[in-house]
Design a protein around this ligand. Structure first.
Ligand code: CTP
Length: 401
């Protein structure tokens, strides 16, 4: 994360089976250069040991309001002083009840009451506990008090039931923490993004597709959400978790993606075409599985619509951004594509480097020229692309004298 001073987070862990996910969350935060101070409730220590969290955070873990290691015996003040956020993951129903009612009978609840920073809470509990009126009342109170609730998710639970109450995955909580810190460069903007490959059916079991993983498009969606935008993500078939907070619509073929774009484009301020859209599709789609014969089989392909060029040509087109995957003469071909499709910004990358990888090296081409970004994880490249788009969409206003 690009930042001027090291971020500080207090990670509070309460009693719940999801406490094991807090270990992974700590690892992700530390890897991102964030200073993590872990505070655990007594119940949390029944699920995971402070030694694990100490090893991962590289710092002693605090559990006791009267911890003698804090010189003035005011751990509840000292530990959260200067913190950028307190994150409670997992937050049990009991702990949320305490928070909602301002109780402070242990170190973690006291820290939360004495804080000056944002509080992020990731609930984790059994489905019935989550649905209980008392819990829902507490959730409403916490939201009214400005507490940022992360989840819960729906799915299989440790108790064997299925439903709402599962804690978000560590990576999703990590993303939400990053979002908390990101500058809101796209606040109030609607962003429409296409991502992943398309799949052009030949028959009910076969089709033509490509190797796009969707990682770049999903990372851009995440970065745009973090920048305060409302995001609609139109995704081809990929195996990725959708970014929390995005409105996602899944499509298969180019025609389906085109129809979804037509549906959403009017509301969009910005359109980012990251999808590796198939240029051609089979001329004929068999309704039955095609049978093998003893002869070769010619395959006729017909042109697909160019979604990006269509969006850019609309009378009230949103700010339109394209991606160019080239295997040679990157800048030359990408700039020609930018002019041909009449898009405001083209993100150029070498197909052989980008497809399926976790990192990427891109060049941004706009009316002002070339901007080469350093090779970095796709999440970081996405943040820089979003920042560049924001600088073009909302140029900094002159300060009035
Ligand atoms: N694109 C699109 N619809 C298509 C083909 C491409 O919207 N039918 C978009 C992609 O989402 C991307 C950009 O156009 O933003 C460039 O895609 P690319 O495949 O690199 O360019 P093509 O126009 O297909 O040219 P070529 O394959 O010949 O390089």
């Amino acid at each position: 994360m690009a930042q001027s001073r090291q971020r500080r987070i207090v990670l509070g862990i309460t009693g719940g089976i999801a406490a094991y996910k807090a270990a992974e969350l700590t690892r992700l935060l530390i890897k991102d250069g964030i200073d993590v101070q872990v505070v655990m409730t007594e119940a949390a220590c029944g699920f995971i040991t402070p030694a694990t969290l100490q090893a991962l955070s590289g710092k002693p873990v605090f559990t006791d309001l009267w911890d003698g290691r804090v010189a003035d015996n005011m751990a509840h003040i000292a530990l959260s002083r200067g913190a950028d956020a307190i994150v409670i993951a997992p937050a049990s129903a009991d702990f949320m009840a305490k928070l909602a009612n301002g109780l402070a009978d242990d170190l973690l609840s006291t820290l939360c009451l004495a804080r000056e920073c944002p509080l992020l809470v990731a609930p984790a509990m059994n489905r019935q506990m989550w649905e209980n009126k008392a819990t829902q009342r507490n959730v409403a109170l916490l939201e009214r008090d400005g507490v940022n609730l992360l989840g819960p998710a729906s799915g299989d639970q440790a108790c064997g039931e299925t439903g709402l109450g599962r804690m978000l995955e560590a990576a999703q909580i990590f993303e939400a923490i990053n979002a908390q810190f990101a500058p809101k460069l796209l606040a109030g903007k609607q962003v429409l993004i296409t991502a992943g490959p398309t799949f052009e059916a030949l028959d009910p079991v076969r089709g033509i597709t490509n190797r796009s993983s969707g990682k770049m498009g999903y990372a851009i969606a995440r970065a745009a959400l973090d920048a305060g935008a409302k995001v609609t993500l139109l995704s081809g078939p990929v195996h990725l978790e959708p970014p929390v907070g995005a409105h996602i619509e899944r499509v298969e073929s180019t025609e389906q993606m085109f129809a979804a774009v037509k549906k959403h484009v009017k509301a969009a301020d910005i359109f980012i075409g990251v999808a590796a859209v198939a240029d051609y599709r089979p001329a004929r789609v068999s309704t039955q599985k095609i049978k093998k014969t003893d002869r070769d089989m010619p395959l006729q392909l017909i042109q697909n619509p160019d979604i990006l060029a269509w969006v850019a040509a609309q009378p009230k087109a949103p700010f339109t951004v394209g991606f160019a995957a080239e295997s040679q003469k990157l800048n030359e071909f990408a700039d020609a594509k930018r002019r041909r499709k009449k898009v405001r910004l083209m993100v150029a990358n070498l197909a052989q480097h980008a497809i399926g990888a976790d990192d990427n090296e891109v060049t941004l081409l706009d009316d002002a020229g070339l901007h080469k970004l350093a090779r970095a994880p796709k999440t970081e490249v996405a943040r820089q692309i979003v920042a560049h788009i924001a600088s073009l969409v909302t140029p900094r206003r002159k300060i009035r004298k």
